[in-house]
Write a protein of this length. Structure first.
Length: 762
């Protein structure tokens, strides 16, 4: 183990009892967190409060004080980028790189330990780490070996189940019967066991196994556990609010001997429960480590006082938090603006106009971001930006028309519109899987080249021969019959109805409905948004031409660009100006998330809103629409409860003529029709909607504005058998009642559990 050189500039200062120079750059709370090196420490670091500086300075301080050798310090992060940055910053503080430091992601540290002790879990030290494609391939083999129809029970869904178990630190023997679920008739656990056995045979593991195997080794061999407990005298953890159960258990085991564990995180920015993060880890830190010191970093160096006050007022509505209030010494700035518009198109137009106005004032596009709750919301902004010539980039994912599910759907349209489109035909010939493999396509390609005909025509000609195996011939014949029918339908049917029919009859929508991966719901939302996009065109050919032009226009990556991303992708970033569109009930907070997760999900949605607001340095603009066109239907919307929760004294309503007023004393809607909707709850052709909040704070859209409609009479205003209407699921009948939760059998959406305040009598 190497030591820090005797010549480091900070060491003489430390020995003489003076204050090292790096401490002088810290505020008092930051300095306290850095100097409390012994014992358990929790640093609650609010957005923009300098958590990275505290973490790296603390690590450097431990080295400078000779409290530990570099090899006795473990620092874990969530990304390789964060690990590299930490190592570089520490090197800058102590004067040289400490090579023996254990700095890395949870997985990189876990694999380092596992390679030393691989034999204890049946592996060799040169084991392979499988990527997601290899995992899926292996699971598909297991499904086939067990005669399980993987079109009905996809390998991706099984992988998601197994990964959730591994995130919770559960080996197959620890999974209880109540958690097995319905996958393949309750066979998920047996498949998990087979999967783990197969991995051992292959001398391989997946990413979930890295920590899982570490836990197995630590809990089964006291000698190995003791070795690492004594080795790591100091442990530092970044983004602790994002740890899952397996990571939490791993850290607890390693910290038991010295108890010098410092966790830095923000309970108000825990937004990743969908990928296993457990906010309870940070909330119960003091319970897990009695006597822990807690430091609250509340001085923000990023945003204006108005933005911080608005964000703090919003997040104060959460009960599952340890509590802190951000403040800043920065000069006062503009209030958070709140704007109501007529529909999504008007919202995109307004944002684009604002961006152009900022450009005219020499505001850098690089410092402008549009943050949406879900990826499907991006389409209207992308198209508007392209129309007016605003360069933009999509962060954390492809552009709307570049997404897999959109490309697949458009490929179906292209084949119907132009049967000679071989590239489109080849893309979807086996999507969803129909049993048309590489050998079949090779035969079709051969005939296509030999006779100079399209792949579709070649498939037609070969389908009636014995060139193909019976199963492949049946699959090709079925697909061709579908295309023939769809092509005939295109001559007599509206292009919107045609595409809906194609996505339904092809099995493409069902494929994503059956997919249980975290991405599947978003893909379905994008497909619905695609239908909405079709409504703007007279025919299919016009739409396809538009897509081609949009794709071509979006190719340039030169110069400054505005950023467009989801709120999840925005965490850790900051911009001078941030636009936050779509703050409506059902969109944000997301209705599906609330239906599945209840009160904890609502609090996470609110944390997501907090994250969005605190990305802004100078200006934050919230907007909501009176109406949304979703899946070929106009739906009336009500402002998100988060709009109501923004402190009035720190927000302003913006009207189309630039006039400002304290929000929500004015409606903020941009035209008379929208204002009429607020006052009467009506819009041309739109459903009336009730606006009571499920949290019981208000029955109106916004205090000072009229109700949209009357909500269900409470309490006791609902009864079994009552026919009701829900904005998302349509008409249905109440089957059972559990407090304020209703189980409703909807006419089109099936049986759902919803809050009583989200339905009205039909």
């Amino acid at each position: 183990m190497s030591e820090i050189a005797e010549t480091t500039s900070e060491e003489p200062v430390a020995r003489q009892g003076g204050q090292p120079p790096y401490l002088k750059t810290l505020n008092p709370v930051q300095q306290g967190a850095v100097e409390a090196v012994d014992g358990p420490v929790l640093v609650l670091a609010g957005a923009g409060t300098g958590k990275t500086r505290v973490l790296t300075t603390r690590l450097a301080h431990i080295l400078v004080l000779r409290k530990a050798f570099p090899g006795q310090i473990l620092a874990v992060t969530f990304t390789n980028k964060a690990a590299r940055e930490m190592r570089e910053r520490v090197a800058g503080l102590v004067g040289q790189v400490a090579e023996d430091l254990w700095i890395g992601t949870f997985h990189s540290v876990a694999v380092r330990i596992l390679r030393r002790h691989a034999e204890q879990v049946g592996l060799k030290s040169n084991f392979t780490i499988l990527d997601s494609d290899d995992q899926l391939r292996l699971l598909k083999q297991l499904l086939e070996a067990n005669d399980i129809d993987h079109s009905k029970w996809p390998a991706r869904a099984l992988l998601a189940i197994i990964q959730r178990w591994k995130d919770r630190g559960l080996v197959p023997d620890k999974v209880s019967a109540s958690e097995v679920g319905e996958f393949a008739g309750g066979k998920a656990l047996d498949l998990y066991k087979e999967y783990q056995e197969r991995l051992i045979t292959l001398n391989a593991c997946d990413f979930g196994d890295l920590l899982l195997h570490n836990l197995t080794i630590f809990t089964s061999d006291d000698r190995v556990l003791s070795e690492y407990q004594h080795r790591f005298k100091y442990i530092l953890v970044d983004e602790y609010q994002d740890t899952n159960v397996a990571q939490y258990l791993w850290l607890r085991l390693l910290a038991q001997t010295h108890r010098n564990l410092c966790c830095v995180g923000d309970d108000d920015q825990s937004i990743y429960s969908w990928r296993g993060a457990e906010i309870g880890n940070i909330l119960k830190f003091e319970e897990d480590f009695p006597g822990a010191e807690v430091f609250r970093l509340e001085q923000n160096y990023r945003s204006t006082p108005e933005i911080l006050a608005a964000a703090s007022g919003l997040i104060a509505n959460n009960s599952g938090r340890l509590g802190k209030t951000l403040w800043t010494e920065r000069e006062a700035g503009d209030k958070v603006t709140v704007r109501g518009v007529w529909d999504g198109e008007a919202e995109a137009r307004t944002v684009a106009d604002e961006v152009e106005a900022l450009q005219a004032k020499n505001h850098s596009l690089e410092q402008i971001a549009v943050l949406v709750r879900a990826s499907f919301q991006m389409r209207e902004f992308e198209e508007r930006f392209i129309t007016v010539g605003i360069p933009y980039r999509v962060i954390g994912g492809p552009r709307f028309y570049e997404r897999q599910e959109i490309r697949d759907a458009i490929a179906y349209m292209r084949v119907i519109n132009q049967p000679e489109d071989d590239l489109a035909f080849e893309r979807i010939v086996n999507v969803p899987r129909r049993g048309i493999g590489a050998a079949t396509m090779q035969t079709i390609h051969h005939l296509s080249r030999a006779q100079s005909i399209s792949l579709l025509e070649a498939a037609h000609r070969i389908a009636g021969t014995d060139e193909l195996r019976p199963q492949a011939r049946r699959a090709i014949s079925g697909l061709l019959a579908n295309f023939d029918r769809w092509s005939s339908l295109a001559e007599t049917t509206d292009h919107i109805e045609l595409v809906e029919t194609v996505l339904d009859e092809s099995g493409y929508t069902e494929m994503w409905q059956r997919d249980k991966s975290p991405e599947a719901p978003g893909r379905l939302e994008n497909l619905r948004e695609l239908i909405t996009a079709l409504e703007e065109f007279e025919n299919l050919a016009g739409f396809l031409e538009h897509v081609s032009l949009v794709m071509e226009a979006g190719q340039s990556d030169a110069g400054e660009m505005a950023s467009l991303m989801t709120l999840h992708a925005a965490k850790g970033l900051e911009f001078n100006t941030v636009f936050l569109p779509g703050w409506e009930e059902g969109v944000f907070p997301n209705q599906r998330t609330l239906d599945e997760g209840g009160a904890p999900a609502l609090e996470e949605e609110r944390r997501l809103a907090y994250v969005g607001l605190t990305r802004a340095r100078l200006n934050a603009h919230v907007s909501f629409a009176a109406n949304r066109r979703i899946y070929n239907q106009w739906q009336a919307s009500i402002p998100s409860r988060f709009v109501e929760e923004l402190p009035q004294e720190h927000t302003e309503s913006v009207t189309d003529d630039g006039l400002y007023g304290t929000f929500p004393a004015t409606t903020g809607f941009e035209d008379d029709a929208a204002a009429e909707w607020v006052s009467t709850g009506r819009g041309p052709g739109f459903q009336r909607m009730q606006a009571s909040r499920s949290h019981g704070k208000s029955d109106g859209v916004i205090d000072g504005q009229a109700k949209v409609v009357e909500s269900l009479p409470q309490p006791g205003g609902v009864e079994r058998g009552m026919r009701v209407f829900h904005q998302k699921f349509g008409y249905g009948k109440i089957v059972s009642i559990d407090g304020n939760k209703l189980e409703i059998e909807f006419e089109k959406a099936g049986t759902k559990k919803v809050m009583d305040s989200f339905v009205e009598p039909a």
